[in-house]
Structure formats: C-alpha cells, structure tokens
Design a protein around this ligand. Structure first.
Ligand code: PEP
Ligand code: MG
Length: 838
C-alpha cells in the first residue's frame, strides 16, 4: 500500500512493527532488508548503511534515527524509498541515546534534503513520537508520517582505515590542498559510483565532500592515502589520480608566478612629499586612489533563536539553500562575463558548502534539539568554520571566511532582516575599510563608488585580493586592527602597490598623488593606444610581437591586445587539462581552430613538453628523482612515438588544411635530437602529402645556446625559453619560492647565452624569438631587441607596454643598452640600466 502524500516513498510493506533487534547493527540490517525486499536498493546497500555509521551520527534526536547509505553508494539505490523499523523497547544508537523509530532512507542524488524536510514533520512533538513508538497500527504510523522522511549525508571518518584499492599520493601543490583544486577533486570523485576516500594520517575524508577534504589540512609534501571501493574501484581510482596529478602543473605555475610577483622589486610607485599618518599592510592590488574612508561595520548582531515547527524549519532551510545556490550561479555567471572564467571559478568552490552533508545534518540535528532554523544554520556554519580556522593553516582559514560568507547568504535567504546590506548605501569615492571582505561582496562592489579597499585581515593570495586585482581596485590587506579605528569620512590615499593607507593627507600630498594618478593613467592610455601598431623603433627596426596562448578561445583577446600572431602555443595543456590523451582528430580540430581564430597570422605550435613540473598521470611515466633533469620535452617525444606521431600528423593535417603554422620542439640539447625529429616529421609529411612546415627548436638549456651555431644548421628558427634557460643556467629550480628573487633572467650569464644564440643563428641565417617571461617585461623586451632577437611572444596583457617601450626607443640605443648589460657583473646592475635606458 502506498499513500499519496509520500509520493511512494513509504509503503506498508516497508514498515515493521514491534521489532526487537539485539543491537544497532541488527536494527540497521532489518531496516535495510525492508528496503531490499521492496526493490528500493541492492543488497549491498545494507553494508553501506553500516559503514556510514562509522563516519557519521545518524541519530536525529527524540528517539528517531535515520540510517542511510554512503553518498558514494548511491548507485545501489534503485529508487527513493523509506523503511521504518519500530522498536518499542528502543535500541541503543549511541551511548545514552535510544532509537525507537529507525527510519532507513534510500535516496538518490540530492533527494536527501527534500526527504529530510519531510521527516522533520514526524518529530514535531514528543507525545506523537511516544505513541508511534508503541502503536500496533502500521497505517497510523504511515499516516503520522504523512509527508515523510529522510536523511542527511555526512562526512568524516573516526577511524583511519583505507578502502580496498589504495594509492599513495604526495601533495605536489605548493599551496597544499586548497579550495580550488579540492573542488576539482570533488568533481572528479563524483564522476564515479565507487566510494572514494582520502586519508591524511589519522584523518579521513570522503573524496566527494569539499569541506571534509579541506579539513584534512594537507600541505605540500604531505603524503595522502587515496582509496576506493565499489563499482570499478580500480579504474575510478586511476582516473581520479590522473585528474589530481594533472592539476599539479597549474598549481605550481600559480605558486611560482605568485612567488615571482612577491619577489619582484616593487615598482618605484608613489612617495608622499611629506609624512602623512599611514597604516601599513600588504599590497594586494596595485594602483593609487584618493577618497574618503567608509568603514564597514562588522556584522556582529547575534542571530536570535526562534524555534518553529520542525516541518516549517525544514522547509525554510531547504528553500534558503536552493535560493542561495541560484544566487551563486548567477554571481558566477556575471563574474565570468565581467571578470573572466578564472575568477568565476571562485564561486564554484564557494557554493560547495550548500551540498555539504555534514553542515546540513548538523543544522537539522540542532533544529531537532529545539533551536530555530536561522540559529541552527548559523551555529552549524560557525562550528565548521571554527574547525577549519583551528587547523592553523592560512589557506584553510581563508576557506573558513568563504564558508561564513556563504553562511550569511543562506541566513539572508532564511530571514533578510538578519543580515544587513552594509554595501547597499556607499558614499561616492570611498575607500572601503573592513575587517575582511568576502569574495562575493568584493565581486559585487559598486566600482563607481568604491575606489579602493583595505582590510585588517586576509592575505595577498586571498580570493578577495584576486578579485580586487581583476577589478583594477587598488587594495591592501592584512593591515591589522588599527585600520578599524579610522573614522568614517577621513580623507585617505590608498596605495595598493606599497600596501599603504595614508590618512588626512596634506594638500601637497593630495596634489602629488593626483599628479601620479594622472601620469599612470596617461601612460596606460598611451600604451593601449599604440597596441595595434607594429613594434617599430623610432629608427625603423621592426620586432614581431606574438602572444602565448593555448586555446582558440583566447585568440580574440590576444588580437585585441595587439598580438600579431601566436609565438607559443603550449600543447601540453591539452593533455594536462584532461584525464586522457587527446586523439589525433581532437588535436587536428584544435590546431585548425587556433589558426582560424587568429585569422591566418603566424602560429608557432610547440610539441608536447611533458616532464619537469608538467607531469601527466595518464601517461604513466616512470618516477624520476629529478624530473627537471630527466626525460623531459624532446627526450620524451623521442621515446614515445605514440605521443609524438599523432601530434605531428594532426599538425601536418592542419597545415594541409591551410593553417600557417610552424612546429617547435622543446628542450633540445643536442644536434642528433633535432635530426631525428626532423626525419620523423619529414616521413609523416610525405605520408600525408602535406606542405613543408618550418621546424624550430626552443633554446632552453645552456648546451643549446652554446651550440646554437651547430643547431642552427638543422633548425629553421629558434625561440628562447628564458624561464628554463634561467633555471638551468643558474641551477635554480624555477618552482622554488625561496630562490625566486635570485632566478632573475636578467642575470648577465643568461644574457650572454642569449647573445650566443643570436650569433649562432645568424651564422646560418636563422631568426631568433623569445617566448619566456623576459619577453613580456618592457625593459627585458628592450634588451632582447638590442641583443638581436627578432620576435617576442608574451601573455596578451603584456603586449601594450612592451610595444610602447619598443616604439619609443631607437634601435641603436637598444643595441648600446645590450652591450652595457653584457658587460655588467650582476642582475641588479643590469636592472639599474633601466633608469638610463633608451
Ligand atoms: C620557457 O621555458 O621559457 C618556456 C617558454 O617554456 P615553459 O615555460 O613552458 O617551460
Ligand atoms: Mg620551457
């Protein structure tokens, strides 16, 4: 018998009265059997329910327990259903807690939240529950359940036991397992039915639960045990591993870039003419702005505890969670359009707590204990956030702030009067001061009113800082509590470059800051104006300017920024960003699309450069103790025809289809390498009857630079990878943040190798480009042009400033500058030439 209000969730066949299980385990087994017998779940679900008890508390309160399977085992659920085991004498669920009604739940996907809302109706009052615990009328029980049951998922293991299939994994992410990669882990784990968990010492997390993963507090170098069991566990684990490995390169690149930026000497910037009162913090987003202080009062009003009927509380929570999810989706969408996909991804990770079963279960348990919905939600958020903060890890502390941010959004949806809209009424030209600012507040700031930000807490890598940089808002963070004593309306100058907030500046300081702002704006405008012009020096020498982009979608921006072609397309990202090797056809489509996207302009495609910091798990390459000195770049290509040949075929097919491309090989160290690669190219070209394509090599190791004249006989062009050339010349791991400041491409030794490369190439009439980081630095670009480099390729946003620098220089002077640099003894001396440079 099925009753209509329960929409088939509960039927008489799934109610057992007067049960007398010996213990909790038997109670679960009996309840599970009711679900199995009525076809709701596979038999293995019973075991999953038992295992869930080891990782979560399913005792809801008031004599009701809600055992259910693990989230990963949802594939064992054939249809949503509820079974009730009535235990009049009660069965001990936890020490001191007896269950009289065991409500076993089988729920697919996120149905558990809806079911939970219904269950709350059952336990509204103890008198009803007492009656139901001993009734001998199943229909009474069903009628009382009326609009019934459900569950919550949950989280963390008490016992550190690995599952059947296990791999060990050392965290290679320099910033540890923080929210962005962790949300990719969750996505990857959820793609599989198998149960998957991650163990860090004695701590265990469900790999499908973001907060649980973050609470592992895994830092770079920590060893994790990742395990899986259930359907296709081994394959699922291998694919999961491939995904998490594939994130390593990007994480390292991000960290190296952050370290490089942090180590870069601060731009000369603005110095006040006098000594205004100043609060110092950490520069988070460069730029200078003048305004008046507006302090964002902390939202410290206590959340009142107004208990409501549980059914109503459950409904309100459910609706608030749904509304918040929609708002975050809209915010991500808007952010993607205004600021780009990378910034929008922040909100993807941000919405995860809304699916966090620990958080929702805890909220429901608090409501069952008699607390109001808003109070319960807030308390649950605070408990989890406090736990994250207590791990003593700055990154996780940042995630606690994110959790509170989402928490506030949900609160506002439960009851708008609980959360003040402090950002709704801002004065014009305000420098916003706050203890901290949430990412969603930052993304939605009205930039017609806010001209700068300063926060007492936070760090330069926080999401708020990232968003401020994208919005172009000068910002400083970590300025300390003194910041919050500054009175509203105080005139201020914020310098996001030096991380300083100047208060009550004198008229002279204001004049000077205004002049500096005007000068910076004029410079940017001038640079932007000339970005479509060729990089022609005042005496008529032209330098080709390319963009370093990897995907056709990036081409429009690159061209808009003034790129004249693509000087480096790093194809390894096609391999890194997916958990499998792209097929020849897929590669062909991308190369053709890139050529089309840049409208037939020059395109240099670099063959797969794997190894070193770019590891691709699905290639199953052997472990190397020192991968930067191992089977990397061309060395790997020559050992793996299965990778090289499909790529070359795809490239030659693209050339045959009309793409004006050149092929470039990475990490060449000797003549035989290029000879062998050339021979393979020629064989494939002939097989495909494709046109001749220029074949170039990267100059990234001292051996190649020193032997450039010999290599030039066999290569059609060179492109110098200054990132690697610097690391190999100076013997500094390019990922080492400690040495980032010393890994300076302006080191005279690197410059001399560049000169040798140019000279070697000239002997055989070859041209030389540079696609490493030095090409995107205006001074570096000027020096490279002076050294005889003919093409420079960089990230698109660097193009305007580089072109402007070259267009304002005389080639003669640049050559002189290069000679002076080659004569310097240190990188610092070379840098000092910038002030006197052409
Ligand atoms: C370089 O080494 O400078 C370069 C452009 O290659 P990658 O950064 O991809 O190693
Ligand atoms: Mg390189």
């Amino acid at each position: 018998m099925s009753i209509h209000l329960t929409e088939g969730l509960l039927s008489g066949e799934r109610v057992r009265l007067g049960a007398r299980p010996a213990d909790k385990q038997q109670a679960i087994a009996e309840a599970a059997q009711l679900l199995v017998a009525s076809g709701c779940v596979d038999a293995a679900y019973a075991d999953s329910m038992v295992r869930r008890e080891a990782v979560a508390n399913t005792f809801l309160g008031h004599g009701v327990a809600i055992p259910h399977g693990l989230g990963e085992d949802r594939h064992l659920v054939r249809r949503n259903g509820i079974a009730i085991l009535q235990v009049p004498a009660g069965v001990e669920w936890n020490p001191g807690q007896r269950a009289h009604l065991v409500v076993a739940i089988a729920a697919q996907s996120d149905a558990h939240i809806a079911i939970l809302r219904r269950l709350t109706r059952l336990i509204q009052d103890e008198a009803t529950l007492a009656r139901l615990a001993s009734t001998d009328d199943a229909t009474a029980l069903i009628a009382a359940l009326d609009d019934p049951p459900a569950a919550a998922d949950a989280g963390r293991a008490a016992e550190a036991v690995d599952l059947a299939e296990t791999v060990e994994w050392t965290v290679g992410y320099p910033a540890g397992l923080h929210a962005r990669p962790a949300s990719r882990w969750v996505e990857a784990a959820r793609a599989h039915a198998a149960r998957m968990q991650v163990r860090h010492g004695h701590e265990v997390a469900d790999a499908k639960n973001l907060l649980a993963l973050l609470q592992l507090g895994a830092r770079a170098g920590d060893r994790l045990h990742i395990s899986a069991e259930g359907r296709d566990a081994a394959a699922a684990l291998a694919r999961f591993r491939a995904v998490i490995d594939s994130l390593t390169a990007q994480e390292k690149a991000d960290a190296a870039l952050a370290a490089q930026r942090a180590a870069q000497p601060k731009a000369a910037g603005w110095t006040p003419p006098d000594a205004p009162v100043c609060i110092a913090g950490i520069g988070a987003s460069p730029g200078l702005a003048i305004g008046v202080v507006h302090r964002l009062a902390a939202d410290e009003a206590p959340i009142p505890d107004h208990p409501v009927a549980l059914s109503e509380g459950g409904t309100r929570l459910h609706e608030a969670l749904c509304a918040t999810r929609q708002q975050l989706e809209a915010l991500a969408d808007d952010t993607a359009r205004r600021l780009g996909a990378a910034d929008a991804a922040i909100f993807k990770a941000h919405g995860e707590p809304l699916n966090d079963t620990d958080l929702i279960t805890l909220t429901c348990q608090l409501m069952v204990e008699g607390h109001g919905v808003a109070w319960s939600w807030n308390a649950a958020v605070e408990r989890l956030a406090a736990k994250l903060s207590a791990l003593g890890n700055a990154v996780l502390a940042g995630r606690a702030a994110d959790l509170r941010d989402v928490g506030r959004r949900v609160l506002a949806n439960i009851d708008p009067s609980l959360v003040r809209d402090a950002l709704g009424s801002l004065p014009q030209h305000c420098v916003l001061l706050a203890a901290d600012l949430s990412p969603s507040d930052t993304a939605t700031l009205d930039t017609t009113k806010v001209i700068g930000l300063a926060t007492a807490q936070g760090g330069p890598t926080s999401h708020t800082a990232i968003l401020a940089r994208t919005l172009g808002l000068p910002a400083l963070v970590g300025a300390g509590a003194a910041l919050l004593d500054v009175g509203d309306g105080t005139p201020a100058i914020v310098d996001g470059g030096s991380g300083r907030l100047y208060l009550d500046p004198s008229p002279a300081a204001l004049d000077s800051a205004r002049a500096s702002i005007a000068e910076q704006a004029a410079t940017r405008a001038r640079e932007a104006e000339g970005r479509r012009q060729p990089a022609l020096t005042t005496d008529g020498h032209a330098i080709d300017i390319g963009a370093n982009i990897n995907l056709p979608e990036q081409a429009a921006t690159a061209l808009e920024q003034g790129a004249e072609g693509v000087g480096l397309m790093r194809t390894e990202f096609l391999f890194l960003e997916r958990a499998r090797t792209p097929s020849e056809d897929e590669q062909f489509a991308i190369y053709v699309a890139m050529a089309e996207a840049i409208g037939g302009r020059p395109l240099i495609v670099r063959a797969l450069d794997i190894g070193g910091d770019k590891q691709v798990a699905h290639l199953d390459l052997p472990h190397e103790d020192n991968p930067f000195l191992g089977v990397r770049g061309a060395r790997l290509l020559l050992r793996r025809a299965d990778l090289l040949e499909p790529q070359l075929r795809a490239l030659y097919r693209a050339a045959k289809a009309g793409a004006a491309l050149k092929i470039m090989f990475p990490m060449i160290t000797s003549v035989p390498e290029i000879q062998r690669l050339r021979a393979i190219c020629e064989r494939i070209r002939i097989e495909l009857a494709a046109p001749i394509v220029p074949l170039g090599i990267m100059i990234e190791v001292p051996a190649a630079a020193i032997e450039a004249d010999a290599l030039a006989r066999h290569a059609d062009f060179f492109s110098i990878g200054t990132n690697d050339l610097t690391q190999y010349t100076l013997a500094i791991d390019r990922q080492n943040p400690e040495l980032a400041a010393e890994a300076d491409s302006l080191h005279p030794a690197v410059l001399r190798l560049i000169r040798m490369t140019v000279d070697g190439a000239a002997r055989h009439g070859r041209w030389v480009g540079v696609c490493g980081g030095l090409a995107g630095d205006p001074f570096g670009a000027a020096l490279l042009a002076g050294l005889g480099v003919q093409e420079l390729s960089m990230t698109p946003r660097e193009i305007a400033a580089v072109k402007s620098r070259l267009r304002g220089s005389r080639f003669d002077a640049l050559k002189g500058l290069a000679e002076q640099a080659l004569a310097c003894e240190t990188a610092a001396e070379v840098r000092a030439l910038d002030r006197s440079a052409a």
